[in-house]
Design a protein. Structure first.
Length: 199
């Protein structure tokens, strides 16, 4: 996440393009199956470091490119999940639901996926990143109706077609900040709670 100073010296969070881990083929598939699990851990950790938070299936697809493996079948997935479990146990990464996080990351970056070669499935975006995107939109626009906020958040993250399923996923993520009183609703419009208190 990038931080900038505005004209009065306040810190602003900016949106950045999605950055893909620089993984290219350096080995062959047979070495994945009979190789050292520590090498698999290293490659997977590198992917997670670059793309945290990243959905476990996205991380797996990216990691196996190192061995030139095109599809993640059940056997490949089992090996990768074992590697991820080792990384979690060693506190080199964190796992939250279906997402892997870099060990030292607390707040996610806000990333636009529109031009990146990554999945555009909304469920592959961590709820925490969606919530931060919602806060970004509300701080910029001060307030927004629910449907407008959902569309703006999805677009900000690089999702241009906002289906009913996408809208539901985004709203479920945002509702957590409502429950935690970080986002408030006033006269049918959503605002950052701290702004609503000072208004």
């Amino acid at each position: 996440m990038k931080f900038k100073k505005d004209s009065v010296g306040q810190t602003k969070i900016s949106v950045e393009p999605y950055s893909i881990a620089p993984v290219c083929q350096k080995s062959r598939p047979e070495y994945f199956y009979r190789g050292d699990i520590s090498k698999i851990c290293t490659v997977l950790e590198t992917v997670i470091f670059y793309e945290s938070p990243i959905h476990k299936e996205e991380a797996e697809r990216r990691a196996v490119q190192y061995w030139g493996i095109g599809a993640v079948g059940s056997r490949v997935r089992a090996i990768l999940r074992e590697a991820a479990l080792m990384l979690v146990r060693e506190k080199k990464i964190k796992k939250k639901g279906d997402f892997y996080w870099a060990a030292n990351m607390e707040l996610p970056k806000i990333r636009n996926r529109e031009t990146a070669d990554v999945s555009k499935k909304i469920e592959y975006i961590a709820p925490e990143e969606i919530r931060e995107a919602a806060m970004f939109v509300l701080r910029k626009e001060y307030s927004a109706p629910r449907d407008s906020l959902i569309n703006k958040v999805a677009n900000l993250l690089g999702i241009r077609r906002v289906s009913e399923q996408t809208a539901e996923y985004v709203w479920d993520a945002i509702k957590i900040y409502k429950k935690e009183k970080k986002i408030a609703e006033i006269d049918g419009r959503l605002v950052v709670a701290s702004i609503s208190k000072s208004a």
